[in-house]
Structure formats: C-alpha cells, structure tokens
Design a protein. Structure first.
Length: 95
C-alpha cells in the first residue's frame, strides 16, 4: 500500500468520509477497503468513481478505456455494483 492510499484510508477511518482523491490509487483503496470489510467506504469510492466518469463524459472526454480498466478489479473483488450500470451504458452508447 502506498503512502497516499494509507492517508486516504486513515482519513476515512478517523473522520468517516473520503478526502479528495486526486492522485489516489482507487483500485488500491478498494482492495484495502475490501480486505478490511469497510462496506461503506467501498460504496463511497464507487460513488466517487461514477461521479468522476459522469463529469468526464459530460466534458466530452473519452472514458471507455478508463471504464474498461475497472472491469477486472470488479470481477476479482466483487465490487463496483453501481459502476456496472455505467459500464453498460458506455458500451451501449459506443456501439
């Protein structure tokens, strides 16, 4: 676990909310939250990911690659319930 991931994890554990995630390893955070059974943190991270993807999409950015990179960790760690709908929308829209 890198230093930034540890800081975000500690902030969440002590304050009960996520700090700004700029430059954070989101998959690493999700792995740590999964290992520690922090279901609420997983949901908060899923929400942040979906909101960031939606903002990027609204700004006309290509997000298909970033979205597809999230599929493998989602399968391995069984999270991303809410993001799976976003992935489906992106795939449908681009075909």
């Amino acid at each position: 676990m890198d230093v930034q991931t540890f800081r975000v994890l500690m902030t969440y554990l002590y304050l009960g909310h996520l700090p700004p995630l700029d430059g954070s390893d989101i998959v690493g955070l999700l792995e740590a939250a999964d290992r520690l059974c922090l279901k609420h943190m997983i949901k908060a991270l899923e929400y942040e990911i979906v909101m960031e993807l939606m903002r990027a999409e609204e700004n006309g950015e290509k997000i298909v690659e970033e979205t597809l990179k999230l599929i493998e960790p989602a399968q391995v760690y069984h999270f991303f319930h809410s993001i799976s709908f976003k992935i489906y929308d992106i795939i449908q829209f681009n075909h």
